[in-house]
Ligand binder design. Structure first.
Ligand code: NAD
Ligand code: IPM
Ligand code: MN
Length: 370
């Protein structure tokens, strides 16, 4: 095939540890499946910032833009003020590269320890389509009278009709695409008679955010006319959190705002066995700039440097990257290898109740690729 150029940002904390494990998997699967690629490494994150003051210089940004896809570990450093690296690197890339969808599957693999009693892999199998370019994340606002008793801080949620609609349209397409696995099991016979095959839940807060989420609801309803096969569903975000725990099987595809999507996908990570298992893709569906794949978790400073971070979230994000570049079979082979490792008692990292290292789990996945 043609040469794939992968930008790699290991980043901070456990980022480099889980990326190292992921690159070993990529190397083997690519060799086996005949995928030709080159890696371009980027030294970005807390260490470089503290040494040089650089966050994301123009030259790095230009070189990242020339990559086909990007694989990122995590950014965030205990010695750097909150937001400097997160906004300056992660959010900057998501915005500049028009990665307007953050796709976050929530899927329980057999053997992964969900804390949800009585629920299994058939019950916990949904995907969150998180809007990734707007809302509270744009950084609109500021302070008045900062540092005084009269201080006011304003941070505005921006919701454009075009930005919301393209994300919702992506989510309807994602729901429709899941029809290839058969109909959503949460549909009633009546739903099926009406021609519904899958379900899309809008998660918002229309009862309070009567401007922003009114726009979301209208965009949702109007876009739904093009998708008569997808059942439209709505949940307020607070009730959504409750039901993700009590009735995870009622969710198929969720579409939501940037901020709510951030929050509910950490909850979703727990449903599937913890932060060590949750994968994501920041997608530019129009392919006008690279998409970026990263675990949902952060730099985990509490366990960094010990070699015990769970690499599976990053490895599953690498699989999502392969899906995105059209190597779906290789992606599926990685997921099968991860599933086979999770199905055994060992090796497991401490977050999954085991005593093994990042490298031992990574090696087991690599061996399972045979
Ligand atoms: P975190 O996700 O880093 O850690 C939360 C908890 O999950 C910690 O107890 C951690 O040990 C555990 N954990 C995370 N990843 C794990 C893994 N692979 N294996 C085992 N356990 C794991 O969230 P936080 O502590 O709130 O944030 C730490 C830093 O990371 C902050 O600077 C934050 O801004 C940043 N952050 C970055 C990203 C990103 O780069 N995408 C995402 C979230 C947070
Ligand atoms: C995530 C992270 C980021 C977010 C932070 C680090 C900016 O929490 O990817 O979920 O809020 O999107
Ligand atoms: Mn988050």
């Amino acid at each position: 095939g043609s040469l794939l150029k992968i930008g790699v940002i290991p980043g901070d904390g456990v980022g480099p540890e889980v990326i190292e494990a992921s690159l070993a998997i990529l190397e083997k699967v690519a060799r086996q499946d005949g995928i030709e690629y080159t890696l371009e490494h980027f030294n970005l994150g807390g260490e470089r910032y503290l040494a040089t003051g650089d966050v994301l210089p123009q030259d790095d940004l230009d070189r990242l833009r020339r990559c086909d896809v990007i694989l990122l570990g995590a950014v965030g450093h205990p010695g750097v003020a909150p937001g400097v690296l997160e906004k300056g690197i992660l959010l900057k890339l998501r915005f500049d590269f028009h990665q307007y969808v953050n796709l976050r599957p929530i899927r329980l693999y057999p053997g992964a320890p969900t804390p949800i009693r009585g629920k299994g892999p058939d019950d916990i199998d949904m995907v969150v389509v998180r809007e990734n370019n707007e809302d509270l994340y744009v950084g609109a606002g500021g302070f008045t009278y900062k540092g005084t008793p009269e201080e006011v801080a304003i941070q505005t949620s921006i919701n454009t009709r075009a930005g919301v609609e393209r994300c919702i349209r992506y989510a309807f397409e994602a729901a429709r695409a899941r029809a290839s696995r058969g109909p959503f099991h949460g549909l009633s016979d009546d739903d099926k008679r009406k021609g519904f095959v899958r379900q899309l839940t809008l998660v918002a807060k229309t009862n309070v955010l009567t401007f922003a989420h009114d726009l979301w609801m209208r965009a949702f309803t109007e876009t739904s006319r093009d998708y008569p096969d997808v059942k439209c569903d709505y949940q307020h975000v607070d009730a959504c959190c409750m039901r993700m725990v009590t009735n995870p099987e009622r969710f198929d595809v969720i579409v939501t705002t940037n901020m709510f999507g951030d929050i509910i996908t950490d909850l979703g990570a727990v449903l599937q066995g913890g932060m060590g298992l949750a994968s994501s893709g920041n997608l530019n569906p129009d392919k006008t700039a690279p998409s970026m794949f990263e675990p949902v978790h952060g730099s985990a400073p509490d366990i960094a440097g010990q070699g015990i971070a769970n690499p599976l979230a990053a490895i599953l994000s690498t699989a999502m990257m392969l899906d995105h570049v059209g190597a779906g079979k290789s992606a599926e082979r990685i997921r099968r290898a991860v599933a086979s490792v999770l199905a055994r008692p060992t090796p497991k990292t401490p977050d999954l109740g085991g005593k093994n290292t990042t490298a031992e789990v990574g090696n087991a996945v690599r061996d399972a690729l045979d």
